[in-house]
Design a protein around this ligand. Structure first.
Ligand SMILES: [Zn+2]
Length: 147
């Protein structure tokens, strides 16, 4: 698998947040593996359909909205709204929040909200993705969007 960035537009020398494409998106590499590889490169990206224009999650080989295989990866803004929240209280650890987040791009995904007490995570809270690198692979978590 090869990850590549499109040519940087003139005048935009940063380019680090620009859209990423996976050049050999053939289905031979499972989309979940591509998603994970991007996360491991500190990029939170979603598959976006070239036919209907909608993003989806979890990553699939076909667009779940229209069935197209014309998918590309686009970096998510990472902004979303908490749809539901549950507090998990382990016996010997701090409680943490397990949430469903509705991303502004459309998909809903399960994750955690970190950085504030679990009890303060409420439905409707605006959140922002934060990639957390772990030994077993990077994960996208969320923190309160205070912007
Ligand atoms: Zn589609």
């Amino acid at each position: 698998m090869q990850l590549s960035r499109p040519a940087t537009p003139a005048g935009d020398r940063d380019g680090s947040r620009s859209v990423l494409t996976v050049t050999d998106y053939t289905g031979e590499v499972h989309p979940e593996a591509v998603y994970q590889a991007l996360l491991d490169h500190d990029v939170f990206a979603l598959p976006v359909c070239g036919q209907c224009g909608r993003a989806h999650y979890s990553p699939r080989v076909l667009c779940p909205h229209c069935g197209s295989t014309s998918l590309s990866w686009q970096q998510s803004a990472g902004l979303g709204t908490v749809y539901s929240t549950s507090t998990i209280s382990p016996r010997n650890a701090e409680p943490y929040a397990v949430v469903l987040v509705d991303l502004d791009e459309g998909p809903r995904l399960m994750s955690n909200v970190v950085g504030i007490p679990a009890g303060e995570v409420q439905i409707g809270l605006r959140v922002r993705a934060r990639i957390v690198q772990r030994e077993d692979g990077a994960v996208a978590m969320f923190e309160e969007d205070r912007a």
